[in-house]
Design a binder for this molecule. Structure first.
Ligand code: NDP
Length: 333
């Protein structure tokens, strides 16, 4: 049985990740570290977590803990991951991995040097919809991919309208929150790397302290594929979607940029449109299942640390492009 420690008593842990770890036959959440022990205790009681630590160091000092899941606000990811790696724990970290590319690279390098597994919790790679689209791109069903379009504008629910919209120092803003997911999912589905981006951001009434709450832009993959994306916290009535348009056909993923195991994929080709059968599965449960297997030496995390570096590189380039008004080359690992 793998014993997980959860760092940060947050919403994603409550709604998805603690249940996902607990749902595995080979893992359980053994302890929580929270900066507020009283709030942490209430959280642990609610979710059935036996032990609460008031410091990350205390949790990491427990030799019974095999792996940690880090879901604090973004400025804490890097120092907490480095501390966990130094303590010999495997690390599944929330996105964005860090606030700087160098910081994210340090995390990946430290994990490699320590021989622990590191993953980035890019949940969308685990969706049956995106996995099917990747398969259809790979097997040539739509020919050569020419373009993709990502519709990921949502309405940030009131209970999440905190640091994401008013704390730049915590890594707030829609680009670090949502564009990182677009970048990772596009890389995953297209099987290609982003080389250049251009973007514009806006503050449409939710973002404060200079933080953007909407962004639109274009990513270039290789030389001949371009992808358009729209991310926002401010769009209560928008559908989400993910499309790939190839020389022989198009893929339409509808309602697919979500945490829930839902959505459809339709292939349009030769004058017909056909919805593809899918076996939906809880995205976060699959993420943990892959991570647990990787700890046992069976396969890789669904998204690796290096994948988290790449998605952060794209998001930071998107921000830079919006600030400078110029296209920005994306550096890789
Ligand atoms: P929350 O704001 O709910 O929690 C973030 C942290 O804030 C917690 O870990 C907790 O740390 C602290 N906190 C929680 N409640 C309070 C409170 N009432 N007062 C003060 N501090 C509080 O954020 P999320 O859970 O939504 O996001 C956490 C991380 O997960 C982020 O990095 C985000 O980008 C990522 N995320 C990823 C998703 C995915 O699908 N991959 C989806 C959603 C988020 P502590 O207990 O130590 O104080």
């Amino acid at each position: 049985m793998l014993h997980w420690g959860v760092i940060g008593a947050g919403t994603i842990g409550r709604e998805w990740m603690v249940p996902a770890i607990s749902a595995q036959p080979d893992s359980k959440v053994a302890a929580l570290a929270s900066s507020d022990p009283e709030r942490g205790r209430r959280y642990a009681d609610e979710l059935g977590i036996p032990k609460v630590h008031s410091s990350v160091a205390d949790l990491l000092a427990d030799p019974a803990i095999d792996a940690v899941y880090i879901s604090t606000t973004n400025e804490w990811h890097e120092p907490q991951a480095l501390a966990a790696i130094a303590a010999g724990k495997h690390v599944l970290c929330e996105k964005p991995l860090a606030l700087s590319l160098d910081g994210a690279r340090r995390m990946v390098a430290a994990a490699a040097a320590a021989g622990v597994v590191m993953g980035t919790n890019h949940h969308l790679r685990n969706a049956a919809t995106h996995r099917k689209m990747r398969e259809l791109v790979q097997d040539g069903s739509i020919g050569r991919p020419l373009a993709a379009r990502v519709f990921h504008a949502v309405f940030l629910p009131p209970h999440l309208q905190g640091w994401r919209i008013d704390r730049p120092e915590a890594g707030g803003g829609v680009t670090l929150d949502i564009t990182v997911h677009d970048a990772d999912t596009l890389r995953f589905v297209l099987g290609d790397q982003v080389t250049e981006v251009t973007a514009m951001t806006a503050s449409q009434g939710m973002g404060q302290a200079g933080l953007e709450d909407a962004v639109m832009g274009v990513m270039r993959f290789g030389e001949a594929t371009i992808a358009q994306f729209h991310d926002a916290f401010t769009a209560p009535h928008a559908y989400t979607g993910f499309e790939v348009h190839g020389t022989e056909g198009s893929l339409y993923g509808q309602g697919v940029m979500t945490q829930r195991p839902v959505g459809t994929v339709t292939v349009r080709r030769g004058g017909t449109a056909e919805e593809v059968p899918l076996e939906h599965e809880n995205l976060y449960e699959r993420s943990v299942r892959c991570f647990n297997a990787a700890i046992r030496g069976q396969g890789e995390p669904a998204a690796s640390g290096a994948d988290g570096v790449r998605s952060l590189a794209v998001a930071l380039a998107v921000r830079e492009s919006a600030q400078t008004g110029r296209a920005v080359r994306v550096v890789g690992d």
